[in-house]
Write a protein that binds this ligand. Sequence first.
Ligand code: PAF
Length: 280
Amino acid sequence: MKTVTTKEGVRHLVGEWKKASLTVGFVPTMGYFHQGHLSLMDECRKLADRVIVSLFVNPSQFGPNEDLASYPRDIERDLRLAGEHGVDAIFMPDEGEMYPRNHRTWVIVEDLTERLCGGSRPGHFRGVATVVAKLFNIVQPDVALFGQKDFQQLQVIRQMAKDLDMPVKIVGCPIVREKDGLAMSSRNAYLSEEERRSALCLYRALTLARRLVLEKGVTSCLDIQKAMREEIESFPFTKIDYIFTGDPESLQPLERVRSPLLVALAVFVGTTRLIDNMLI
Ligand code: PAF
């Protein structure tokens, strides 16, 4: 596996692959790999001849009081895992390589970014869309893979790629969960033992919503949200950031259940903000 730190290095490497008529699959990440990332790499292997992964903790998607400085990092372990999962190259730029001092251009995807995580993390999706657009321009992949845990991010990137005529196929991959249902996330590393137990409230609330719709025939989204809220609040150390029930395409909230229904939520467990979602 090759490790590349410059844009020029990536362009050269990918250029060689393209000259040999090989297709290029891309998995953008912020590192600290868990099974979710590894499943994206495995899937990417099936979809393209060559797999390139980026590892860059993107400062522009973190708010001033968020966890940029403490975001978990373990580059040695990440490189070993990527190698074991058949990745051909890792792109690990530093901040100066991605954002030279005179960087002035930002990508803003309207409307889709106004609610859910975009509502509670102003500027977050501007940072995500910009870095992903830059990475697409550098890597020029045929296909790029993203996890569905960040459902809104996936929709924002799909919209951006479509609106800006980016010649890349965007593929969303299923959420990977721990045995008890907790969605895998690099941020799970922040949780104490007690908080880890409480973190299960997200999955519990989502499965409760699914039961209410599919087994009890509940059609009021407000009733679903109320039941989810009570479930989450029965766990210690939890503070709800948002609960969303709505349309998975437009990300507009719905009053009445419609199929498919996106149920998504963000909850602080202690100081760690966790997200999860389910399509019903
Ligand atoms: O999902 C992530 O890890 C990040 O938001 C991404 C897509 C790599 C952009 O920094």
